[in-house]
Ligand binder design. Structure first.
Ligand SMILES: C[S@@+](CC[C@H](N)C(=O)[O-])C[C@H]1O[C@@H](n2cnc3c(N)ncnc32)[C@H](O)[C@@H]1O
Length: 221
């Protein structure tokens, strides 16, 4: 059932991430250069839905599928994206659940891109492997996976803000923490995805684009 667009006051009352608001224009600029004007995108861990709403308003040809593991986020996503015709109804999707909707309750079509911001460090390490494995299966042939967040890069000193963030994450949950870029690239390779672009973003974050590696994905699924 369509959700009625919220008033400005209704939108202001929704859960809000100041970081998502700050980083959205920078991520959008990169995505706009990478994705076709009619791209179909699956977003994992959509959170408050700010990225979905921001991106489709600038790129009205994109079809955007928001998803979240947290059931309480689904009505928030629906409310924030109400009236944005290119945003598909939000779906519950936990990358650790073996049957994604893609398998049990299929999406209408495969995706040109899987996009995920700020998940890998706020989740136990097995989430990274599961994310790439399942993202690879959701993509069309030349589809790409785009990941945003802070990472530990071999040979580069961690910015003080990222070191403090990492310590805070590990104090909250010892299984969380900033991921080493090399480990992330290896997890992607096991899903036949290769790092194509590593772009520095404001506030010591990275935007990573992965695409099909030389060997066929199916062989590794
Ligand atoms: C820090 S928030 C990021 C939200 C949004 N992408 C952003 O950048 O503002 C992390 C999100 O990951 C979701 N999440 C945690 N574990 C997950 C999993 N196993 N599968 C999918 N989403 C998960 C949480 O519910 C949360 O909304």
């Amino acid at each position: 059932m369509p959700v009625t667009p919220l008033s400005a006051a209704g939108l202001a009352a929704l859960p809000f991430s100041a970081a998502a608001e700050r980083n959205a224009p920078h991520i959008l600029q990169a995505l706009s250069g990478w994705l076709a004007p009619q791209a179909r995108v699956l977003e994992i861990a959509s959170g408050t839905g700010q990225h979905a709403a921001h991106f489709v308003q600038a790129q009205p040809g994109w079809a955007w599928q928001p998803t979240e593991a947290e059931p309480r986020s689904l009505p928030v996503l629906a409310a924030r994206c109400a009236g944005l015709a290119q945003v598909l109804p939000p779906r519950q999707l936990d990358v650790m659940v073996p049957a994604w909707p893609a398998e049990e309750e299929p999406f209408d079509a495969a995706f040109d891109a899987v996009y995920c911001a700020n998940l890998l460090h706020i989740a136990p390490w097995p989430v990274t492997a599961a994310f790439f494995r399942r993202a690879a299966r959701a993509l069309r042939g030349q589809g790409v996976v785009v990941v945003y967040g802070p990472f530990v890069v071999d040979g580069e000193a961690l910015a003080p803000s990222n070191a403090a963030f990492d310590a805070d994450l590990r104090a909250r949950n010892p299984a969380w923490g900033l991921r080493a870029l090399a480990d992330v690239v290896q997890a992607a390779a096991r899903a036949s995805l290769a790092l194509q672009v590593r772009q520095a973003m404001p506030a010591n974050n990275l935007l990573l684009r992965f695409g099909p590696a030389a060997s066929p994905r199916a062989a590794v699924a």
